[in-house]
Design a protein around this ligand. Sequence first.
Ligand code: ZN
Length: 326
Amino acid sequence: MNKKVYAGIDLGGTTIKMGICSTDGAVIGETKHPTPKGPYQDVFRTFQQLLSDLLLQAGLSIHDVIGVGVGVPALLDVKKGYAFEIVNLGWRNVPIKFELERYLGVSCFVDNDANVAALGEMWQGAGRGAAHLICVTVGTGIGGGLILNGDIFHGAVGLAGEIGHLKVRPEIGRRCNCGNIGCLETEASATAIVFYGRTAVESGEATQLRQILDQSRGSLTARDVVDAAKNGDLVSIKIMERVSHYLGLALANLSNTLNPEKIVIGGGVSRAGSFFLNPIRDQFRTYALDQVARSVELLPAELGNTAGWLGAAWLVHRNLGEDGGN
Ligand SMILES: [Zn+2]
């Protein structure tokens, strides 16, 4: 029996998610652990420990691991596996691939977190079977990954797929972290949904959100707004219409350019399912070319927290294959 496996790691600012899978992508084991706050050596030692625990539980050893993929929250030189800066972790100029291979003793491959999540959905999730795929994650911000011809598209310096900075309200939108105005991220993320909700309450509009804010002592989540919209709250329905409009517009523009087979939408808000997705589909059809709209499926992400590490493991699959390149 071929028991060779791939390992994948999704390194987040607060949590490490790691797993091992068979060469056809079946999950063998997975785990998570808080990200150590300290130098990268501490994080790599944690990787070592987590991987050896996972292998032990599965009755495997490091000799069964073909390679390890890792997704990191940073802009990278992907080929060298070199991170210039990871703000969330306070890292600067870390040769991740080189160092990780020293710590783990197997070949390692690195890409950014949004890209590996897209690859995970392509390999084992909602994007299965698609060679041209757009993945977008609607969370605190809006992230994305572009898969063209069955592989991630990096662009000139690794910045391709920054879907969150598509302009949807360039004249009158709010200022984005990137310095520009009216980015999709400032107008349609979970953060934006909460902002619209609070603004409506503060400006005295009649809405169920006021009661939610009072009961929760001032905290409001995007999920609260989605639930209130489901519950018939007109202000919340308007907010969700507005957000769907921006998302549908941005995705239609992208699709008119790239003609994808699938668009996969993930992130916390997407858990609202068709209630969230159907209005985006409607708006999308308004702006997309007919043929483009007819040939694309717009789907909710399937893998949740597994997407990142599984997509990182796919990097090993792409680079070394099932026999480890032998
Ligand atoms: Zn921006």
